[in-house]
Design a protein around this ligand. Structure first.
Ligand code: 1YM
Length: 645
């Protein structure tokens, strides 16, 4: 028996070897996203079970040791010995990579991407995994260790009360993952998505590290999304809900238009999985929207016969959820991160359902429809105005351009016209701006000093933004337009570098500027052109030697190296450095450090920008701070030094 047991472990482990050898192939990466992928795999098994009609509650618990438990109230994972496969149901689900899937066009499956092998992949990448399957009045229990080794045979005990479902606990293997700390908010957001798509299923989340807990339930599914996710804007109509099926593809849509938002927020899903890169379902939706509103506006003579609304005019200030369920047989994902729906049939199906039902809705709701068209016309007007302004800049003579640049700010331009090498430093304060002008490399580094804090643009009217002198100067200097008119290829610089003091005010200025770029020049960030300069925090100096430190680790190392007889200065602002020091530490490409600003998840960024920057969200901000910020007192190195004195 003991021998059989070992042999069984060996053959089974061989089956899971490919996962441990190339985890990225199965879960995308071994960074923080890969780590959370493990949770989605187990949760999605529970969601499939709930979608099939078994169980109404799914719980996720983050334990103090960063292990995770997922519990559902479904039929319980099959666990009995299967004579055909010559193994237990447990081993089939948690130790084999063979895809188990019968194609059935009426039973849509959640598309975690692993087609039924999710459990085995999680097991392979875990230090331990324990499964309880509550079926037929019994608790069937199994424990695996070190990537799938069975700890002992399946243990079966009688259940004292009627209970059914599955409970899975696993601890991610720290030798595989860079970081094994689960992120509460990431899991909460993801469960919120799933709850919204799985009508009537309660999702409960508890974090035993902090005792935080939350419950997510949408009795009416996505049509309720806007009741809990107020974007804080003024809605023009109540949410428009559309449901329907075309060509075996099921479509669920809820959309909302705002009079004071300029962004477009399309949250799309395919088989319960987010598709941030869009895909054929989103293309179908856009086509239907453009066609419906143009037809309505023409039929009711709200727009001149020779004019049309562009898609972007309609989608300005538009937010929606589009969820499609595609039969597994034709479900396909594309794109770099496989987060784009590649099923071509989805385009026509979504177009059909939305066009049909939306045109009907518009005719039935004239007040709302007219208000939305009015918003579209405003957007159209703003777009045309911006284009005119851009054209007039293009037509300006060199002298006119120079005069306008000088008028609008104190830009110290660079001499090179090689835009692909040029850098623009947006600098906090005239005095640091002065130092920066002295020590820059005149050829390719331009300096634009900012006076005071730039305007907070989040939730503001476009007119006010276009009239703001400081922001205008930035737009004008970059030279590539703004909003729909923004064109990457017209940029005068390849790096836009925000350089502020390393203090609270500096941080605030960074946030204000990043929000501005995010809201009005997003492609600039997406193409990797936005950076934050990192001035050093400390300088250690003794005769003939100086070391700059950017982090506390740097400082510890420097102290070790200098041993004794050094002077430690902490820089609180750029102004405390002389021009040479600023040039050497913060601007010279050979020795400086830059942080590139990137967008990992647009929707997450948008909701954080709204939460942190929109003045109308003060209450929500306070709630977030109470829940997430630790106001514990942190001693810094400088105080430590003072203590020793
Ligand atoms: C906490 C995670 O995995 N629940 C779960 C999984 C399955 C079933 C029920 C299930 C499915 C079926 C029949 C079926 C799975 N079964 C399989 C496989 N929760 C969790 N609950 N009976 C039970 O699909 O026909 C894989 S997962 F492959 F055995 F069918």
């Amino acid at each position: 028996m003991a021998n059989n047991y070992t042999a069984d472990n060996l053959t089974m482990l061989k089956g899971l070897e490919p996962v441990r050898e190339r985890p990225g192939m199965y879960i995308g990466s071994t960074d923080i996203n890969g780590l959370h992928h493990l949770v989605w795999e187990i949760v999605d098994n529970a969601v499939d079970e709930a979608n099939a009609g078994f169980g109404k509650k799914i719980s996720v618990i983050i334990h103090a040791d960063n292990s995770i438990t997922v519990i559902d109230e479904g039929r319980g994972v099959p666990c009995d010995y299967n004579h055909k496969e010559k193994m237990s149901g447990f081993d089939m689900v948690y130790r084999t990579l063979h895809a188990g899937g019968k194609f059935d066009d009426t039973n849509y499956k959640t598309a975690g991407g692993l087609h039924g092998v999710g459990g085995a992949v999680v097991n392979a990448l875990s230090t331990f995994m324990e499964i309880h399957s509550y079926r037929d009045g019994k608790d069937n229990f199994i424990r695996y260790e070190n990537g799938g080794k069975k700890s002992y045979p399946i243990q079966v005990s009688e259940l004292t009360r009627s209970k059914r479902g599955t409970m899975v606990t696993f601890l991610p293997d720290p030798t595989i993952f860079e970081d094994t700390n689960f992120d509460y908010q990431k899991i909460a957001n993801s469960l919120d998505d799933r709850a919204c798509l799985a009508k009537g299923v309660t999702f409960y989340l508890k974090d035993e590290r902090t005792s935080r807990e939350q419950e997510f339930l949408y009795v009416n599914g996505i049509s309720e999304y806007f009741t809990t996710h107020a974007f804080g804007k003024t809605a023009i109509c109540s949410p428009i809900t559309i449901e329907g099926t075309s060509d075996t593809i099921r479509i669920e849509f809820v959309g909302q238009f705002y009079s004071d938002s300029y962004s477009e927020n399309i949250h799309s899903f395919a088989n319960g999985v987010r598709t941030p890169e869009g895909g054929h379902h989103v293309s179908g939706l856009k086509r239907a929207l453009t066609s419906c509103f143009n037809k309505y506006a023409q039929n009711h003579k709200l727009i001149k016969a020779n004019k049309t609304l562009e898609g972007s005019d309609i989608r300005e200030g538009f937010a929606c959820i589009l969820s499609v369920w595609v039969p597994e047989r034709i479900l396909q994902f594309e794109g770099q991160t496989k987060s784009q729906l590649g099923t071509k049939e989805a385009n026509q199906a979504v177009d059909n359902v939305i066009e049909n039902k939306l045109s009907y809705y518009l005719e039935e709701h004239a007040v709302e429809a007219n208000a939305i068209v009015e918003k579209c016309l405003k957007a159209q007007e703003a777009r045309e105005k911006a284009k005119e302004a851009k054209d007039s800049i293009r037509k300006m003579s060199k002298a006119e351009f120079k005069a306008a640049s000088n008028l609008s700010g104190k830009l110290a331009p660079c001499s090179s016209k090689k835009y692909s090498q040029n850098e623009l430093f947006i600098v906090e304060g005239d005095s640091a701006g002065g130092s920066a002008k002295k020590c820059r490399s005149r050829e390719f580094q331009a300096i634009l000093p900012l006076r005071g804090k730039p305007k907070n643009v989040v939730g503001e009217d476009r007119g006010d933004i276009y009239d703001n002198k400081e922001l205008n100067t930035i737009v004008f200097t970059i030279g590539a337009g703004v909003d729909e008119e923004f064109k990457l290829k017209d940029m005068h610089y390849s790096k836009i570098i925000i350089m502020t003091d390393a203090d609270d005010d500096g941080c605030h200025i960074q946030n204000l500027l990043i929000s501005f770029f995010f809201e009005h020049m997003r492609p600039l960030i997406e193409a990797g052109h936005l950076y934050i300069a990192c001035p050093p925090l400390y300088r250690l100096a003794k005769k003939g030697e100086e070391i700059y430190c950017w982090t506390d680790e740097d400082l510890d190392k420097a102290r070790e190296k200098m041993k004794t007889g050094y002077v430690l200065s902490r820089y609180k602002g750029l102004g405390e450095m002389n021009a040479d020091q600023l040039g050497e530490t913060t601007m010279n490409p050979k020795s400086r450090r830059l942080i590139q600003v990137t967008i990992d998840d647009v929707e997450e960024c948008q909701s954080k920008v709204n939460l942190f920057m929109d003045k109308r969200h003060a209450d929500k901000r306070r709630e977030w701070i109470d829940a997430n910020v630790d106001f514990g007192y942190h001693k810094d190195h400088f105080e430590e030094i003072k203590d020793h004195e």
